[in-house]
Ligand binder design. Structure first.
Ligand code: BG6
Length: 503
């Protein structure tokens, strides 16, 4: 579709930003918190810093919220650290942890910023893992329910948008990278049992939110990477569909329909996989009606047919953002292989720079599920350091974010119901595997991985916040309700910018 006007965003559109507790907070043992498995995992990622200090949002959240308010932000999506709320298996609620999130939420609300809260963003308490077996046993379902209940009861008077589990699909697809496969000897089969247990936790949280939060709405947060076929070869189209099923569609279908699709059931049968479904499970899953999809989408992938006799290859991420760790695309014989897309450029981490993928993703999700959507992650991770003038002139990020925001606007014009854009991220903080070397923020935090590793605690570091050029650009976009794209706005890659797009 071609439009002869700028895309229009709803008046109450939630322009915001996003974070996760374990990546931004630091203070991993402060205020009664105990460790989570991802804290331990992050300690194995040298030369990058672990998350013990992160960017010290735990102590500096008031300064961060002030900067958000000055930017004009309307929403902030963050996660709660389970081990801050329930630090041990005795189930006793840590009031200091509750007080921290109460203070953060109050500060946001006082500044007119809508909180959007994720219950689980990769940070499993060590006690859940060691004493219960983590996702590996059904014992977690009740514990997750107890934890969710505390969050919903204590914060639900002010928090109306809830997210269940962040990127469940990615936690399965990248089980080794994200630590989900810990303790499993046969990941090929075990992943489906773990996934089923996650579905039960998700469903329980959905029902609890509806029961406990007056006016509360809740959705899952799939990590979506739209898949394009490499060519018009019909087998490339089937390969794209296969890749889509195995990386995201299986999950989205289950959230919406509360039952597993014929596609995945047939796959389990052929591969002798028992996902551990017990009587009553599908009733629970069916009863949990989600209100919206939270969408994490950064990029696209491209799929090509992989013959049955192709050599299998596991996904190997480019984890350093340089030539030392070149990415290896997965090859799944008889299903698909992912390949480079000649039509898009790539970041130093080999992520596709493809703002149009956001419009594709929103259109795809709307066409399949007809549920409202809020974008909860999207952004550009790059190596950055302060220039001679003590600033960051991140035109590359501005270009990426505004082209993406424009594509969101086009998707809205196309008829999709989208109620917010929460980009990743507000300040710089730790990336999942690359410490602070991979920066996404609108606000620079003046610290390196080396300094974070050397410091004993946060009080030794200035961790100065310095707004980047993208911060001011975003502020103008928000204040103009999505109309001020900047004077040097270039033609978006979908080629649908018209004269009137220049404000
Ligand atoms: C998302 C996760 O998948 O991608 C975040 O929800 C993560 O936790 C983000 O940080 C960006 O990925 P990375 O590896 O560049 O930090």
């Amino acid at each position: 579709m071609h439009y002869d006007h700028n895309p229009r965003f709803p008046d109450n559109f939630l322009w915001g930003a996003s974070s996760a507790a374990w990546q931004v907070e630091g203070g991993v043992l402060d205020g009664g918190r105990t460790l989570s498995t991802i804290d331990l995992n992050s300690r194995t990622k040298a030369p990058f810093a672990d998350n013990s200090i992160a960017v010290d949002h735990y102590h500096r959240f008031r300064e961060d919220v002030r900067l958000m308010a000055e930017c004009g932000m309307k929403s902030y999506r963050f996660s709660i650290s389970w081990s801050r709320i329930i630090p041990a298996s005795d189930g006793v609620v840590n009031e200091e942890g509750v007080a921290f999130y109460n203070d953060l939420i109050d500060e946001l609300v006082a500044n007119g910023i809508t909180p959007i809260v994720t219950l689980y963003h990769y940070d499993m308490p060590v006690w859940v893992d060691e004493e219960l077996g983590g996702w590996r046993t059904r014992a977690i379902v009740d514990k997750f329910a107890e934890y969710s209940r505390v969050c919903l009861e204590r914060f639900g008077d002010r928090v109306k948008y809830w997210l269940s589990i962040n990127e469940q699909n990615m936690q399965i697809v990248y089980g080794h990278w994200l630590g989900t496969s810990k303790g499993c000897d046969d990941w090929f089969r075990d992943q489906w049992r773990i996934n089923h247990i996650m579905n039960l936790c998700h469903a329980t949280a959905v029902n609890l939110c509806h029961e406990l939060v007056d006016g509360g709405k809740i959705g899952p947060v799939p990590g979506l990477v739209p898949i394009y076929p490499f060519s018009s070869d019909p087998m490339d189209q089937i390969a794209a569909m296969n890749a889509e099923e195995f990386t995201e569609k299986i999950w989205n279908d289950t959230y919406v329909y509360g039952e597993y699709s014929d596609f995945v059931k047939s796959y389990w049968e052929r591969n002798d996989i028992d996902p551990g479904i017990e009587p009553g499970d599908e009733d629970l899953m069916k009863s949990a009606k989600i209100d919206f999809f939270a969408v994490n989408c950064y990029r696209s992938n491209t799929a090509k047919w992989a013959p049955v006799d192709a050599t299998p290859q596991e996904y190997e991420l480019n984890s350093h953002g340089d030539e030392s760790t070149k990415l290896k695309f997965p090859v799944v014989p008889g299903a698909y292989q992912l390949v480079y897309n000649p039509f898009v450029e790539y970041t130093a981490w080999d992520w596709e720079i493809d703002p149009v993928s956001m419009r594709y993703c929103l259109r795809y999700m709307w066409d399949h599920y007809r549920l409202p959507m809020v974008i909860t992650e999207n952004g550009m991770g790059v190596h950055e350091s302060l220039g001679a003038d003590g600033k960051i002139h991140d035109d590359y990020r501005i270009e990426f974010l505004r082209n993406t925001a424009y594509q969101i606007g086009l998707a809205i014009e196309d008829g999709c119901e989208v109620f917010g854009y929460n980009l990743w991220s507000f300040t710089d903080f730790l990336s999942t595997g690359n410490g602070i070397a991979k920066r996404y923020g609108l606000v620079y935090v003046d610290v390196t991985d080396e300094q974070l590793r050397a410091a004993k605690d946060a009080s030794e570091l200035a961790l100065t916040r310095i707004p980047k050029d993208s911060y001011y650009w975003y502020s103008n976009l928000i204040r103009s309700k999505g109309q001020d794209w900047g004077n040097d706005f270039a033609r978006p890659s979908a080629g649908e910018l018209v004269e009137t797009a220049h404000v």
